[in-house]
Design a protein around this ligand. Structure first.
Ligand code: GRF
Length: 186
């Protein structure tokens, strides 16, 4: 199962996927980031599909086509989103229907969106967590494959809480991808 990974950030989840032995054949990034260096250092091909704009003039359709093209060229079977800061338009999900997974740092459907960790803290929640799900056209709403709770401690900051959630994600995401692949192959 040839895996393509979409990332924008530090790439610690990407490192966990590679450490698990998943066959990562392409890492696509939307901006310069540590994740690209992680991939290159591991000898994995990097597609730098950099956004030309973060403003209102961003052409999401054209950008999505570039990402799909990079994934197709690498003959990717499955796509794992691991902290990717660009919402792709529906042709992406159409191109890889049922073959795109995401991990999100909350117990969906609670706290969807990019600021999920902040939102849980601001809401005064006692528990949050992470969710691995199949990606559908609606953001953070596809079928849930796995969830794990993380309790919010007194004095938690966005950083401390997110790091505890990511510790769980680094274990749960590769294990869930593996199960998903095995179930599909069977
Ligand atoms: C993870 O919490 C993921 O759920 C979120 O971005 C984070 C990526 O972490 N969407 P890292 O950059 O791989 O450390």
């Amino acid at each position: 199962m040839r895996l393509g990974v979409l990332v924008s950030g530090t790439g610690t989840l990407l490192e966990a996927l590679m450490a698990d032995g998943l066959d990562v054949v392409l890492v696509a990034v939307d901006r310069p980031c540590r994740a690209a260096e992680v991939a290159a250092a591991a000898g994995v091909a990097v597609a730098s599909v950099e956004r030309d704009s973060f403003g209102a003039d961003f052409d999401r359709e054209a950008y999505t086509a570039r990402v799909v093209e990079a994934l197709r060229r690498a003959e990717v079977d499955l796509v794992a989103i691991a902290g990717f800061g660009t919402v792709l338009s529906p042709p992406f999900v159409d191109a890889f229907e049922g073959r795109v997974l995401n991990t999100h740092p909350s117990l969906l459907p609670a706290f969807p969106g990019w600021r999920a960790v902040e939102a849980a803290l601001e809401a005064g929640a006692e528990v949050t967590g992470c969710t691995v799900h199949v990606v559908t056209a609606e953001v953070d709403a596809g079928p849930v494959l796995a969830q794990e709770a993380v309790s919010i401690e007194a004095g938690d900051t966005v950083e401390s809480l997110h790091e505890r959630i990511k510790t769980v994600e680094r274990r749960l995401y590769p294990a869930t991808i593996r199960q998903y692949v095995e179930a599909r192959v069977a």
